[in-house]
Design a protein around this ligand. Sequence first.
Ligand code: PRX
Length: 663
Amino acid sequence: MSNENLQSVLGESRVFPPSAEFVAKARVNAEKLAEMKAAAAADYVGFWADLARKELSWATPFQTALDDSKAPNYQWFPDGTLNASYNCLDRHIATRGDKIAIRYEGEKGDVKTWTFRQLLADVSKLANGLKSLGIGKGDRVVIYLPHSPEAVIAMQACARIGATHSVVFGGFSAGSLKDRIDDTGARIIITADGGNRGGHIVDLKKACDEALTLGCKSIEKVVVGIRTGHSINMTPGRDILWSDLIAGVSDTCEPEFVGAEHPLFLLYTSGSTGKPKGIQHSTGGYLLGAMVSAQWIFDLREDDLFWCTADVGWVTGHSYVCYGPLAGGTTVMIYEGVPTVPDAGRFWKICQDHGVTIFYTAPTAIRALMKSGETFPNSYDLSKLRLLGSVGEPINPEAWMWFHRVIGKEKLPIVDTWWQTETGSTMMSPIPGAMPTKPGSCTQPLPGIFADVVDEAGVPVEGKTAGGYLVITKPWPSMLRTIWGDNERYIKTYFGQFPPTTGPDGREQWLYVAGDSTHRDEDGYYWILGRVDDVLNVSGHRLGTMEVESALVSHPRVAEAAVVGRPHEIKGEAICAFVICKGTRPEGKEAEALIKELRDHVGREIGAIAKPDDIRLADGLPKTRSGKIMRRLLRSIAKGEEITQDISTLENPAIVAQLAAKA
Ligand code: PRX
């Protein structure tokens, strides 16, 4: 638990009610919210079942809403069948066929739009193309594409034919891509020649070729889209152009209706071991969570242009670019590039030019844009905006206030949405027309979601300054179903911390442990303080310290490495690595060269997002006599704090002075 964070949230007392104008038109006002919460409190399973019947289109209606006989492997709507792509596209054709589904702007300024009808046709063509390669239900398809409408088309095409997709973020390296492909056992990878980011070309095809030389025995075909047009290698017999795959195929494709529990996708995320986990999501429960949460939180209306800036490679891009808004018939904005090309006004220019009404981004982006000053946002017409959102990490009150004042002109509500890859959709967030917000708090659980704060023994804590582990006390439809190929790890990681108890109805109750620490105030508002495990949150990207450590020790010069986070003004957290070299520790220029080489090595092993900000070469790590690295001490050293902790139990106390001197 970070005391610093706790102190700062306890000191925050500002409250911002929504404007009367917003409340008057809101989809959910305070009265409606109270009604929904009461219905969920009385019968949460019935509450979700009613929504599932009302909001989703089923091929076979379900009879069972929740099967908890194998808890904590819960099944929602298990005997119902549906198709996610049908729910996002086909069912809108009669009423919204010519409405824009996607507005796209490339980093170079190229603009393209798809209506729901056009999107359905493109999805169907690719679905037919994939079918012609023998892909269907039971197969996995890895998608390694730039943030683009094509990525959405690829995801929807997989969903349409019952294939399970696994999107790998385009910023991951060949090594990370290979690990993910091997874990999924995918038969096909859909990639592109490259994408534009930060004024450069990200050479995806090259990384893909490299991954395939490292392993990936399961891959039969590589489907290649053309985005940048730079020269690439095509391996005959294995690689096929997207345009060739769909040439002459029909633009209609019957959706494959699958059981609600059928895995819609796998998405890899970091935990406290060196190996990322393949989080498995369902079709029915996931889609319901993504769709209804989007409607409640973002107050979606027919004429909205909703822009979630997250890449489709992350869960936020899955739930709030590809699935949730489209299932509700909402138009989404997609922008390929970074916020600072050609300058720090790009996001605001896009909001102005396209008429974005709801803008959802990450605190790290807000902090970076805040640093560029107010001239950029003030140079653009942001009058169409009516709601702002934040996700991915705790938003510090200073960034919240800037967002509120400079972008929201002190009028727009801000929804700070807390959730995780594992939760599938937002768990805690303001419902903007129904409650006041407080800068830095994700406020309260959504209707149908039940959270609590517990101590080390799993006992709920109460009181104004009480903090503890954030737990979810009841299953919810969009929850992860398992870790792909490792159900034991699923149970141990998320439900293993506290033994199940027996509820009043005689059923087992399991606490889902989120891995975050939190504080809950007198209004029942939650303030997320950060992770309690060895997971870092760098610019809203989740990375395991062990993952970075394994990448470092795979370098021939490294004997041992320990990685910790330290606070960073823009990224939230920065990565600090302590490295013990094999042989003599280099100094001066030689040390500088090795540090650079190690940073690049981590970039190659995992991806640029994992490159350590600081690398310190040392002769040893602070260890207890039992050989455990004292990470708490390393965190203090990384922050440059004076060491006041008792180091007498260390095996090698002298090392602390060496590490600290290098700060
Ligand atoms: O620590 C929490 C933080 O991000 C973690 C989940 O990361 P990931 O699975 O990559 O998903 C990010 C996008 C949903 C959480 O355990 N986190 C996410 N949103 C917030 C947050 N911390 C504080 N406030 C948030 N709004």
